[in-house]
Design a protein around this ligand. Structure first.
Ligand code: G4P
Length: 536
């Protein structure tokens, strides 16, 4: 084992490396083009030579079943966690936010590990439900967001209308940096609002290689594109009049978003996005500990675990803990301390996960993500550090659940194992555990952000604790926080149910908003608070 003190990176090296990092996630609704954009970004950074290599075109569908099967077959997780690539002098870390049916608390937790986000919208659809949920988390955490309006190569909505939607629905001021020339479906290129030039894109076969682009001055653009160009210029002028000019401070304080138009599949606008990330997106900053004291970037190594993936096959039990480096330099072989338990953890096996390939990682700096293998003792929210001063970062919040199911042991002879398993899954954050005196200890309620969390929890109770279970879904869709439990009976007697989470939060559940409305009308004195998606 290598001792921590032989590592050579100086504080200045660490600061320089941190300054090169741009750590972000793409937030989007399924099908908006996240996989395609990820590939296009990697293509521009020359990590892959042809689009389709990261996720595999045919592998994009049925992510859930692939995941479960792979987990079972190999006992490891193959879902990618972070894609790292160099772009110019920058090092870009793109963290994956699981989408589709594997949407879960992990999806939100990833946002605790990024410095910025790219909100990817389908030009024909605008803001969609999953995007809104993820944006909610970004807003709450104050994460600056860049908006990329995708699929401009095919018919879609009007560009100004899409911008208005950002203001009207989420109160986010759009600051378009490019403006499309040609309607959705007739995409010629974009007006670069920063210098008034026209960037004309050229198609490549199937969008599989980096798209060519040409920069024309306004006169040449007008001569070539005529009315389309003049319309783009007029609309861009309208934006300037309505507060749509770029303001770096408003981007950084997350009250406004730079907007780009493009087509991930044709690689149009993707280079602009990368350039923008490198130029404007925030670098890693010192992270505040539990006491609000910031840990300097060049302090000794520290990181926090934001995601834990456990192998689904008990014969290949493997757990990978993904941690974001907050300070110092990480080098493989270091012995780190887990601040929660005070115990040492040897980091012999560390990896970087890239698409479906894993490679061993040797060094990491603030902003990077490390995957610690065989990390059965690590939990979501744990802080890791080497050397004094010791540090503990705040844990990750639990998120507003929207799916609920009663869980009962099938084998009553194994109720001890059942209880142990429930405790374990709750402490790992696999699912949230809710209880009530009425339901008793033998029938707790699982609560989750996505139903996939139930499958994972049931599978683990069976495989690891030998306690097979039955899950019965509860028909609740609306949840509020009951801030005073003295009102519990009133809710229980009026079409709701109050359950208490492990952390002591009382949740009032209702089948729908009508049921909630009835209670509010009859008992306006009951103190109910909405839960923000990412913050309950
Ligand atoms: P996701 O990860 O966000 O779920 O989306 P994904 O990239 O898988 O893209 C969803 C569909 O949208 C895919 O089509 C993809 O090709 C298409 N798409 C992505 N970006 C663009 C774009 O800029 N323009 C157009 N026109 N289409 C785009 P599919 O037919 O479902 O799959 P595939 O067979 O093309 O892979």
């Amino acid at each position: 084992m290598i001792a921590a003190d032989v590592f050579t990176a100086s504080p200045a090296d660490v600061l320089r490396e941190a300054d090169r990092r741009r750590t972000f996630a793409v937030i989007s609704h399924p099908d908006a083009g996240k996989s395609t954009l990820t590939e296009a970004l990697a293509l521009h950074a020359r990590v892959i030579s042809e689009a389709g290599a990261v996720h595999g075109k045919s592998g994009r569908r049925g992510v859930v079943s692939d995941w479960m099967e792979m987990e079972k077959a190999r006992g490891i997780s193959i879902t990618s966690a972070a894609l790292q690539f160099a772009y110019g002098d920058a090092v870009v870390n793109l963290l994956d936010t699981p989408g589709h049916a594997d949407f879960s608390e992990d999806t939100y937790r990833v946002l605790a590990a990024v410095d910025s986000a790219v909100m990817l919208l389908d030009a024909a659809k605008g803001l969609e439900p999953q995007t809104l949920k993820l944006f909610d988390v970004c807003r709450h955490r104050g994460i600056p967001v860049i908006t990329f309006i995708n699929k401009w190569d095919r018919p879609g909505r009007d560009a100004l209308e899409l911008c208005d939607e950002l203001v009207d629905r989420i109160g986010l001021q759009p600051m378009p940096l490019t403006w499309p020339v040609g309607d959705a479906g007739h995409f010629r290129g974009v007006l670069d609002r920063r210098d008034g030039h026209f960037i004309r894109y050229a198609r490549t076969a199937g969008g599989a290689t980096v798209a060519g682009q040409e920069r024309l001055d306004p006169h040449a653009a007008e001569a070539q594109e005529g009315d389309e160009w003049r319309r783009a210029v007029e609309e861009a002028d309208l934006l300037a009049a309505s507060g749509g000019n770029f303001d770096l401070q408003r981007f950084l304080d997350a009250s406004a978003t730079p907007v780009l138009f493009g087509s991930a599949v044709l690689n149009f606008g993707v280079r602009h996005l990368l350039d923008l990330l490198v130029e404007l997106a925030p670098r890693p900053e010192p992270r505040a500990d539990l006491h609000g004291r910031a840990r300097a970037l060049d302090a000794p190594f520290s990181a926090f675990v934001f995601k834990v993936q456990t192998g689904m096959d008990p014969s290949h039990r493997d757990q990978v803990a993904f941690a974001r480096v907050c300070s110092g330099v990480f080098e493989r072989g270091m012995i780190v301390t887990n601040a929660t338990t005070g115990k040492p953890f040897a980091t012999k096996y560390v990896q970087q996960v890239f698409g479906q390939q894993r490679s061993t990682l040797d060094t990491a700096y603030p902003g990077d993500v490390i995957g610690l293998v065989n990390a059965t003792s690590l939990r979501v929210g744990d802080t890791l550090y080497t050397d004094k001063p010791a540090v503990r970062f705040p844990g990750l919040p639990s998120f507003a659940p929207v799916h609920f199911a009663v869980v009962r042991p099938l084998d009553l002879g194994r109720s001890k194992q059942f209880r142990k398993g429930i405790e374990q899954l709750g402490s790992e954050g696999v699912v949230q555990i809710l209880r009530s005196p009425r339901r008793g200890d033998g029938a707790p309620v699982f609560a989750a952000v996505g139903p996939m969390q139930f499958e994972v929890a049931a599978h683990r109770l069976d495989a690891e604790f030998k306690s097979p279970v039955r899950l019965d879904r509860l028909p609740y869709t609306v949840v509020r926080r009951l801030t005073d439990p003295a009102h519990r009976a009133v809710v229980d007697n009026n079409r709701g149910e109050v359950l208490t989470r492990d952390d002591g939060t009382h949740l009032a559940l209702f089948s729908d908003s009508t049921a909630l409305g009835v209670l509010k009308r009859l008992h306006p004195e009951v103190p109910l608070e909405p839960l923000v998606a990412g913050t309950d």
